[in-house]
Design a protein around this ligand. Structure first.
Ligand code: IPE
Ligand code: IPE
Ligand code: MG
Length: 253
């Protein structure tokens, strides 16, 4: 077996789309007797490493959960720190992403974001929209239920306008309205920080995704950890409801 510099197995299947819940910043800070924002800053630095590792591995799309619909319930000071960090990270990293041919998109409820943040996001999206490298999607003010409700509303509008027969609404029609509909569904989901839950991330899109949970806290999740997750993915047998290949041969009808 050949192993490359990062420790991954050569020739192993690479996930086309990786989706990550970047959790554990607060606990990382607390372990160092520091306030939570110290962990969020360290978490922002870990993003770059994850993006680079995915780019090098040949992943086509990376979707990062940065702030959930429910994270608005956090203390106002923490929310402010996170939004400020989001803004500054965008300012600092957008040119670099563009130079690396990365296409940046944000998914989530933009109406809840401050206007100056919304503008910066729109500018970064416009600048990078024709890039052909990694699709980097940042989920901010995002909830899976919000996403499904938006898709349902879009279909309802078409029906109300007389442009759609309600009977035509099926999984394909709804799936075409959901965030990231132009990308393959995530193959690999990663959640750092030890919790084994989805926390309202991509509910529709994760239907057949392989779920990887690690106790590593997000600021410590480096390229080697990313490769560990990808190696685990390579060992999975995906069946999508079918029987394993070995059992599906002729003569077994
Ligand atoms: C993830 O880290 C970052 C966001 C949710 C914005 P947390 O802030 O949830 O860190 P823990 O889970 O409290 O350690
Ligand atoms: C999920 O983490 C959201 C993000 C990482 C952005 P949380 O820390 O908010 O999730 P819960 O509250 O533990 O489920
Ligand atoms: Mg958390």
């Amino acid at each position: 077996m050949t192993v490359d510099k990062q420790g991954s197995q050569a020739g192993a299947p690479v996930p086309r789309h990786v989706a990550i819940i970047m959790d554990g910043n607060g606990r990382w800070a607390r372990a160092r007797n520091q306030p939570r924002h110290y962990g969020h800053r360290a978490g922002a630095r870990a993003v770059r490493e994850a993006v680079e590792a995915c780019g090098r591995a040949g992943v086509e799309a990376l979707t990062l959960f940065a702030f959930s619909s429910e994270n608005w319930r956090r203390p106002a000071t923490e929310v402010r720190v996170l939004m400020e960090l989001f803004l500054r990270t965008l300012d600092r990293e957008t040119d670099r992403l563009h130079e690396n041919d990365i296409r940046l998109r944000m998914i989530g409820d933009r109406s809840r974001l401050e206007p100056r943040l919304r503008e910066r996001i729109a500018t970064a999206e416009r600048l990078t929209r024709d890039n052909r490298g990694l699709h980097l999607n940042v989920a901010a003010s995002y909830g899976g239920r919000w996403d499904i409700a938006c898709a349902a509303r879009a279909l309802a509008r078409e029906v109300a306008a007389g442009d759609r027969d309600p009977e035509s609404i099926d999984e394909t029609a709804l799936g075409e309205q959901i965030s990231l509909a132009d990308l393959p569904a995530p193959d690999l989901f990663v959640r750092t920080g030890g919790e084994r839950r989805i926390s309202n991330f991509l509910l529709w899109q994760l239907a057949y995704t392989e779920l990887y949970f690690t106790d590593v806290l997000w600021p410590d999740f480096d390229a080697a950890e990313m490769h560990r997750a990808m190696d685990w993915y390579a060992s999975r047998q995906r069946r999508f409801g079918r029987v394993p290949d070995a059992d599906s041969g002729a003569g077994h009808a």
